[in-house]
Ligand binder design. Structure first.
Ligand SMILES: *[C@@H]1O[C@H](CO)[C@@H](O)[C@H](O)[C@H]1NC(C)=O
Ligand SMILES: *[C@@H]1O[C@H](CO)[C@@H](O)[C@H](O)[C@H]1NC(C)=O
Ligand SMILES: *[C@@H]1O[C@H](CO)[C@@H](O)[C@H](O)[C@H]1NC(C)=O
Ligand SMILES: *[C@@H]1O[C@H](CO)[C@@H](O)[C@H](O)[C@H]1NC(C)=O
Ligand SMILES: *[C@@H]1O[C@H](CO)[C@@H](O)[C@H](O)[C@H]1NC(C)=O
Length: 505
């Protein structure tokens, strides 16, 4: 339908090529991200400046809609926006946002609603574009920033989202989405969710969130997700939920999650309700100074009681956790509270070493069966509650910290400064995909980077390539730091785009 915009499925194409059924044993079962290369999309660029937009425009919304309807959407430079856009049904298109758009009206809804898109990409080529929501001017009474609804094969990346009046990024249903290289900075207040995601086969990675609500949170329905390298830098924390009735969540992996302060390392939250959460792996969590740590709460009082005997939690493994909470007698570092009418089963804690900054802690279990902590392990799953005092776990070590850990959140009633997108989200690990600004020498104008990309660009622990040792059409086949296949499947040949990137064309 549309044959549009801009640059840069480079890395998304790489990810798509790598994430085959066999490449991520854990959860993703199909490739993610756009299916059209940047090279192909570049053939047709529409600049919003040619559709009634101007740098400094007081409302870029109509120009974006006009560009979209005619063909394209590229936005650079600073503009303002008071008319929200819903862009429905596009195929093979992209929004390249290399400047900042500042919200000016308080209309509710979403500044950008992308619905029913196929093969779509929303990104900044200079890794410095984004949206300033100035939420302090209309706290919890204005738009959300971006919502991608029932879309397929898409990516959202290299964007900076600041101070939304409400939520920052929502992925509703849809499938094969990739969300990465984002800095999200909201205020220290509820209703400022970072990323809420539902659907099938999505990959969220390399994201930093500051706020006082959801960091990267899964909503029902959800299946086959991989969420990794998340930095909750003074955020409410990652969660599943809140969950109500008819819940369907399965085959989810979170790994390498780093949480500095905030409410919890991870919480599965419900109050009554029905449906199932099953086959979940929560691996490699490092956390310090959160209020709660590892937390299943089936009596979560911030929502009203839902009809049903409680959500069924089953087949949930927590492995390789290390961290401390602020006060472990006040709020247990490990708390697994399951519905008395519907006990949790097959809960496994392996190498979980959670402790307290105060040097004393309790752990709590209620109607939860499995192994580890105070979980019971018996054939008959009856209700019980237990609170035990613990000593420092033998495997506990002071959790690592990251330079740039926020000491406190941002004042909800003051303007919030724009962050830059980091290149590390978990201590000791680099990024999976280098920032766009470090990848493409042919990126359109914008602040070019002076930093040395070699130090951060190696995707050393990216999911490994599929079988056969050849890259698919549009897949990456070379570049500094590249450890995947260097040959292309027939009839494509490996073409160098720049020293960091070669592609099968
Ligand atoms: C997206 O597609 C669905 C199904 O065709 C349709 O019901 C819905 O209205 C579409 N969304 C928008 C915003 O048009
Ligand atoms: C997402 O899917 C669920 C389950 O099919 C449905 O209830 C919900 O309305 C969908 N949300 C959107 C925004 O389409
Ligand atoms: C920790 O919490 C307990 C129980 O609420 C309280 O008695 C204690 O004073 C707290 N410790 C610190 C150091 O604040
Ligand atoms: C909690 O973690 C922080 C960060 O590593 C560390 O500085 C502090 O000493 C830890 N507290 C305890 C009691 O282990
Ligand atoms: C975390 O917050 C601190 C303080 O604002 C900031 O310096 C750092 O860059 C933030 N981290 C990220 C990844 O933005």
């Amino acid at each position: 339908m549309f044959t549009q915009i801009v640059a840069c499925a480079l890395f998304a194409a790489t990810a798509a090529a790598q994430l085959t059924t066999t490449s991520v044993p854990s959860m993703l079962t199909r490739s993610v991200g756009p299916t059209t290369s940047h090279a192909a999309k570049r053939a047709h660029i529409c600049n919003v400046l040619d559709y009634g937009g101007s740098i400094g425009s007081s409302d870029i919304g109509p120009a974006i809609t006009s560009a979209y309807n005619s063909c394209v959407t590229k936005n650079a430079g600073s503009t303002f926006m008071k008319t929200w856009v819903t862009l429905n049904g596009g195929k093979n298109w992209a929004i390249q946002l290399d400047g900042f758009i500042t919200r000016t009206s308080t209309t509710s809804g979403h500044m950008f609603a992308i619905t029913n898109a196929t093969d779509f990409e929303f990104y900044s080529a200079n890794s410095a574009g984004g949206i300033q929501g100035n939420g302090y001017q209309c706290r919890n009474a204005g738009p959300r920033l971006i919502r991608v609804i029932t879309s397929t094969s898409f990516s959202v990346h290299d964007l900076v989202l600041v101070d939304s009046p409400e939520f920052h990024l929502i992925i509703d249903n849809g499938s094969r989405g990739e969300v990465y290289n984002l800095a999200i900075r909201g205020a220290a207040i509820g209703g400022s969710d970072g990323i809420d995601v539902s659907g099938d086969n999505h990959w969220v990675h390399d994201v930093m969130v500051t706020n006082q609500d959801e960091c990267v949170t899964i909503k029902s329905p959800a299946s086959n997700f991989l969420v990794e390298r998340i930095w909750c830098n003074r955020s409410g924390g990652c969660a599943f939920g809140s969950l109500n009735t008819g819940v369907s969540i399965k085959n989810i992996v979170y790994r390498n999650i780093y949480t500095n302060g905030g409410n919890q390392a991870m919480m599965l939250k419900s109050n009554g309700g029905s449906g199932t959460v099953s086959n979940i792996l929560l691996d490699q969590f490092q956390t310090h100074d959160t209020a709660y740590g590892l937390y299943i709460n089936s009596y979560w009082s911030s929502i009203s009681v839902n009809p049903g005997n409680g959500v069924t939690y089953s087949g949930i493994t927590f492995s390789n956790w290390n961290g401390n909470v602020s006060n472990g007698t006040q709020r247990a570092p490990v708390s697994i509270l399951c519905p008395d009418a519907n006990p949790c089963t097959d809960i496994t804690l392996k190498n979980v070493n959670m402790w307290s900054k105060t040097g004393s802690a309790v752990i709590k279990c209620e109607s939860a069966y499995g192994t580890g902590a105070c979980l019971r392990n018996s054939g008959s799953h009856t209700s019980y509650t237990v609170t035990s005092t613990i000593t420092k776990p033998a495997g506990y070590t002071d959790p690592p910290t990251l330079p740039g850990d926020l000491a406190s959140g941002f004042n909800p009633s003051a303007s919030i400064p724009t962050p830059t997108i980091p290149s590390t989200y978990f201590p000791g690990l680099g990024q999976i995909s280098p920032l766009m600004r470090m990848q493409s020498t042919s990126a359109p104008s914008g602040p070019t980077s002076t930093s040395n990309p070699t130090t951060t660009s190696a995707p050393t622990s990216a999911p490994t390539g599929g079988s056969g040792g050849t890259a698919a059409h549009y897949g990456q086949c070379g570049g500094i730091g590249w450890t995947g296949p260097t040959a292309c499947e027939s009839p494509y040949t490996c073409v160098q785009s720049n020293e960091y990137y070669s592609q099968c064309l």
